[in-house]
Structures are given as structure tokens and as C-alpha cells.
Design a binder for this molecule. Structure first.
Ligand code: HEC
Ligand code: HEC
Ligand code: HEC
Length: 411
């Protein structure tokens, strides 16, 4: 009897051990799934929501079109035969299984900062995704850009195989924010200007054009950047897709929808704190001097103000203050002050629907005015908005509007 009890106890302990191992494994996979959300792999690798990560999203690059491949564990068309080492080489060096060089449209120059244990969890998760047989030819670039070897030269000039180094002088949450913003979240891929080769240019986070949208300045510059936003306002934007200044549209709507709305509150605050303290920014790159607005007697400003009070003030209010949660505030709005007015012209021409998130399910919409206002009228109203209620920014010409009209017809 004694031995029997002893045996039962032993086998019970054994079950507990396997259960514990299983739950650690489950936690690793669950953590890997969260990392895939932080890294927004789906934005490029999921074209069809019913076949997650089976590839097929086309990406326009300065060199031509690339299609994100199938990264499900299918043996024939996905990563079924890959080892962890193959995966790690891709994420940290941009080298695929067998040694080919990836194009940096896959954000490995940012993912390279990922820690080994995070890469392992992410890999463990990717092994659990349903395998989908879907053949994708990633490289659809024209000659000579279709030659992968050229990427060796690109890497040599543009890519730093770095590890993440926490700064011992910074608090843990700011270091966590740095790890996310610079690495997995790859915010700079859209918000940092590109150099002529498509690598990171000068002026980190000072804004860049992505698919005819302006990814604005997200430095703490009080005039052109988000220095006037509180930490909570930035968290609100990333979590719900909007705050009193702005709603996320275009590529940022995708970022919020697939990624940041699902981040933990700790990670949202870590990212916001890192960005707002300017920890990642070269001081010389952002100019804090606010320019002077155009005089209210300026002919464009006067013509624009009439259109504004007629057509826009109903929603955005006569003093540009908007309505929190419904209509963005145009007064003292960094997006409005950016030197580059493309997003504003685009929104007025074509209208825009803000992102809907779990937290804010019904997205407000901005009507299109392109059918009804001329290029001149749009140039004037945008110039008025850019030089009223604390805003100050260069004028917009009818030619700028005509150019955007043409670009939008091409889409
Ligand atoms: C901005 C778009 C984008 C995002 C975000 C992105 N990828 Fe990619 N990925 C690509 C493109 C494009 C390629 C193909 C590059 C090439 O063939 O040169 C690629 C290739 C890959 C490959 C190599 C597959 C193969 O068959 O060669 C792996 C693995 C991969 N991505 C994993 C990931 C993971 C994991 C994430 C999220 C952490 C991710 N990617 C996020 C665009 C993206
Ligand atoms: C795929 C490209 C892309 C990525 C990746 C991206 N953004 Fe954006 N972001 C944009 C675009 C485009 C806009 C402008 C959206 C609009 O006009 O509504 C924007 C807008 C913003 C704004 C609003 C700024 C303002 O003045 O209104 C903030 C804040 C922001 N992004 C933060 C981030 C952070 C933080 C990350 C990384 C977690 C990130 N973005 C990643 C493209 C991107
Ligand atoms: C029916 C209400 C309504 C009217 C009228 C309206 N807007 Fe908007 N506007 C919105 C909403 C809602 C958004 C946010 C949409 C989004 O982010 O996708 C917006 C966004 C904008 C933005 C982008 C601001 C930002 O921070 O993202 C600008 C600029 C703008 N409107 C200017 C104008 C101008 C100029 C007019 C008049 C010609 C006008 N609006 C008329 C509702 C309106």
C-alpha cells in the first residue's frame, strides 16, 4: 500500500511537471503572438484575413513592387522547412534560408534589435499558425533591382547589424519604449525620411511621405512635432485611433487596427514616454523655432477664410477647436504645420474615414470636396487653415492641388 501511494504521489508530481512545461510553452507561444502584433507582421504578410500570414500584400518601393511572402509553416510555399537559425538570420541580418539577401521593405533593419529570447518566442508562435499552401513570388522588381546581390551593397551602406543596448541612465520604461519604437514597432520605417537608396535618411522621426500620405513629424518639437501632446493623448491616439488633434487614417489606420490598439497599457505608455522625452532624437535635427503665420490680410488667407466659414466651420468650429472624438481640432495642430501639406490636400480633395477600433467602433468621416471646390479654392482654404489659430506654415498653390488630384486618380 505504501509503495502504491508513493507511486501515485510520484506520478502526480510527474503530471504537474508536464503541465508546468506545457504552460510555460503556452506562455512562450502567447508571448510570441503578442510580439507578432507589436511587429505588425500581418500588415504585410496577411492579404486575406482568412489565411493569416500566408502573404500576398504588394508593397511599392522606390525600385518597384515587392510582394510579402507566405510565412506560415507550409513546407512547400512557406517556412515549413526553416530552422530557428534561418529565421533569426532573416530577422537580424536580412538573409533568407540558403543565403539570399532580402530587400529592406521587410523591416529587418529595425527587427535586428530584437532579443534572442523574443525571436525564439516569435518563432514558436509562427510554428503554430495554420499552414497555408500559397505560392508568392516576392521579387517582382524590374532589372537591375531584381538582382538580390545588389542588396549586399545596400546593406553595406545602410544597414547596421546592431543589438539593443539599454541605456543604464534611463528608467526601465523608457528603455522598453526604445526597444519597441526602434525595433519591433519600426515607427521610423514610415516617419523617418528615406535617403536616395531607401535607407534611413537624416532627421529621425521628422516625417516622410508614404503612399501619398504624410507620416508626420513625431519628435517632441512643439510646433511641427507632437511636443504639445500629453502622454495620455499620445496613448489615446495609439490605442483608439484618435484624440482631440487627429484621427489615424491611411497607413497609420492600418498600424492602429492591426497593432497598437492591442498593445498592453504598459507598452503604450513606454512608447509614448520614449517619444515625448525625445530620447531617440539627435537634437540638431529638430528646429524648435516656430515660424510666423501669414498676415490675415494676405489674399489667399482672406479667400480661404470665406470658404472655411461656409464649408468647414460646421464641423471644425469657427475657432478651429473641433469636437473631441468627432471632428479633429485644426488649431495648433502639428500635422497642419508640417512643411509638407500633401495629407491636408488629400483629405480635403478625397475625404477620409478615420480608423475604427474596438475602443471607438464608429469612425467619423470627413466629406470629399474635390468634386465641388476648384484647385484654387482648395489651395486657399488649406492655406487659411495653415495660418490661423496658432498655426503657421508655407502657402499651398493651385498647382500643388492639381498634382495631388492627378496622383489620386492614378490610385
Ligand atoms: C512593411 C512590410 C513588412 C512587415 C511589417 C513584415 N514583413 Fe516580413 N517580409 C516583407 C517582404 C516584402 C518580404 C520579402 C523580402 C524579399 O524577398 O526580399 C518579407 C520576408 C519575410 C521573411 C522571409 C520569407 C521568405 O520566404 O523569404 C520572413 C521570415 C518574414 N518576412 C517574417 C516577418 C515577421 C515575423 C514579421 C513581423 C515581426 C514581418 N515579417 C513583418 C515585408 C514585411
Ligand atoms: C506604415 C507606415 C507607418 C508606421 C509603421 C507608423 N506610422 Fe504613424 N503615421 C503614418 C501616417 C501616414 C500618419 C498620418 C495619418 C493621418 O494623416 O491620419 C501617421 C500618424 C501618426 C501620428 C499622428 C501625428 C500627428 O501629428 O497627427 C502619430 C503620433 C504616429 N503616427 C505615431 C506612430 C508610432 C508611435 C509608430 C510606431 C509604433 C508609428 N506611428 C508607425 C504612418 C505610419
Ligand atoms: C461633416 C463634417 C466635416 C466637414 C464639413 C469638414 N470636415 Fe474636415 N474632418 C472631419 C473629420 C471627421 C475628420 C477626421 C477624418 C480622418 O481623420 O480620417 C476631418 C479631418 C480634417 C483634416 C485633417 C486633420 C487631422 O488632424 O487629421 C483637415 C485638414 C480638415 N478636415 C479640413 C477641413 C476643411 C478645410 C474643410 C472644409 C473645406 C473640412 N475639413 C470640412 C469632418 C469634417
Amino acid at each position: 500500500m505504501k509503495t502504491l501511494i508513493g507511486f501515485t504521489l510520484l506520478s502526480l508530481a510527474g503530471t504537474a511537471l508536464t503541465a508546468q512545461a506545457a504552460s510555460t510553452e503556452y506562455q512562450d507561444i502567447e508571448h510570441g503572438r503578442y510580439l507578432s502584433v507589436l511587429g505588425d507582421c500581418a500588415a504585410c504578410h496577411t492579404a486575406n484575413e482568412e489565411q493569416p500570414l500566408a502573404g500576398g500584400v504588394s508593397l511599392e518601393t522606390p525600385f518597384g513592387t515587392l510582394v510579402a511572402p507566405n510565412i506560415t509553416p507550409d513546407a512547400e510555399t512557406g517556412l515549413g522547412n526553416w530552422t530557428f537559425e534561418d529565421f533569426k538570420g532573416t530577422m537580424t541580418e536580412g538573409i533568407g534560408k540558403g543565403g539570399y539577401h532580402l530587400y529592406p521593405a521587410m523591416p529587418y533593419p529595425a527587427y535586428t534589435l530584437m532579443r534572442d529570447e523574443d525571436l525564439r518566442d516569435l518563432w514558436a508562435y509562427l510554428r503554430t499558425v495554420s499552414p497555408v499552401n500559397h505560392d508568392v513570388e516576392a521579387n517582382q522588381l524590374p532589372f537591375p533591382f531584381n538582382i538580390r546581390l545588389a542588396m549586399m551593397g545596400w546593406n553595406w551602406l545602410n544597414f547596421d547589424d546592431r543589438d539593443f543596448q539599454p541605456d543604464p541612465d534611463r528608467p526601465d520604461d523608457i528603455n522598453r519604449g526604445a526597444y519597441l519604437v526602434e525595433g519591433l514597432d519600426h515607427c521610423g520605417t514610415c516617419h523617418t525620411p528615406r535617403n536616395f537608396m531607401g535607407g534611413d535618411g537624416d532627421g529621425k522621426f521628422t516625417g516622410a511621405i508614404v503612399d501619398d500620405w504624410l507620416a508626420p513629424n513625431i519628435t517632441p518639437d512643439p510646433h511641427k512635432g507632437i511636443g504639445g501632446w500629453s502622454e495620455d493623448e499620445l496613448v489615446e491616439y495609439l490605442k483608439t485611433g484618435g484624440n482631440r488633434f487627429d484621427f489615424a487614417s491611411g497607413p497609420m489606420a492600418d498600424e492602429v487596427r492591426h497593432s497598437s490598439q492591442y498593445w498592453t497599457d504598459d507598452d503604450l505608455h513606454a512608447v509614448a514616454r520614449y517619444l515625448l522625452t525625445g530620447a531617440g532624437i539627435d537634437e540638431t535635427a529638430s528646429s524648435a523655432d516656430a515660424p510666423e503665420p501669414l498676415a490675415q490680410s494676405n489674399a489667399q488667407v482672406q479667400a480661404g477664410s470665406k470658404i472655411y466659414f461656409d464649408r468647414c466651420a460646421g464641423c471644425h468650429k469657427t475657432d478651429g477647436s473641433g469636437e473631441n472624438g468627432m471632428f479633429p481640432q485644426l488649431a495648433e495642430n502639428p500635422l497642419i504645420n508640417n512643411d509638407n501639406a500633401s495629407s491636408l490636400i488629400r483629405v480635403v480633395l478625397a475625404g477620409s474615414r478615420a480608423v475604427d477600433t474596438d475602443a471607438k467602433p464608429t469612425a467619423p468621416a470627413m466629406p470629399a470636396f474635390g468634386w465641388d471646390l476648384s484647385d484654387d479654392q482648395i489651395a486657399n482654404v488649406v492655406t487659411f487653415v495653415r495660418n490661423s489659430w496658432g498655426n503657421a506654415a508655407p502657402t499651398v498653390s493651385a498647382g500643388d492641388v492639381a498634382e495631388m488630384r492627378k496622383a489620386l486618380q492614378g490610385e
